[in-house]
Design a protein around this ligand. Sequence first.
Ligand code: ADP
Ligand code: MG
Length: 161
Amino acid sequence: MKELEYLLVDEEATVEIGHKLAKVLQIMVDENGPKGLVVYLNGDLGAGKTTLTRGFVRAMGHKGNVKSPTYTLVEPYELPPWRVFHFDLYRLSEPEELEYMGIRDYFNQDCCCFIEWPEKGAGLLAKQDLTINMAYQGEQRVITFIAESAFAEQLLLSLHA
Ligand code: ADP
Ligand code: MG
């Protein structure tokens, strides 16, 4: 499945879709072996990118807060056997800053990377498995998943089921 779109009626629905994405990923990895995931998150400020990531990170087992890494650029979550990295590159002044952060170490088989404002890191990020576009629809949101790899196509198929 190449594309999948949902209306998210409230914040809880956004958290829930992040949660479901994590569960589907865990099942696929249990069945097929380790596979990291790179997700590019697009959408205006307040569209729900961090909210969705919160749902994902919590479903992976994180108990505490999930705050936006607006100033730190990245927030790591050690959730064995996973490492989840939540990037917010909105304030990145030049892509080279990512080199100093050791960005290349983040794209491994045990890593899930959720990247807000990926266009700011153009040229230095791993190619995405999944693009997620989030947009306002009145008070609600529309989310579009676009599979960019065969693995992501499988993921969307399971997400849809
Ligand atoms: P972003 O990271 O894209 O800037 P945030 O996730 O930080 O956005 O903030 C999204 C805001 O919109 C939060 O105030 C959240 O409560 C709200 N929100 C999230 N999802 C929905 C939804 N489906 N419908 C209405 N409001 C939502
Ligand atoms: Mg955000």
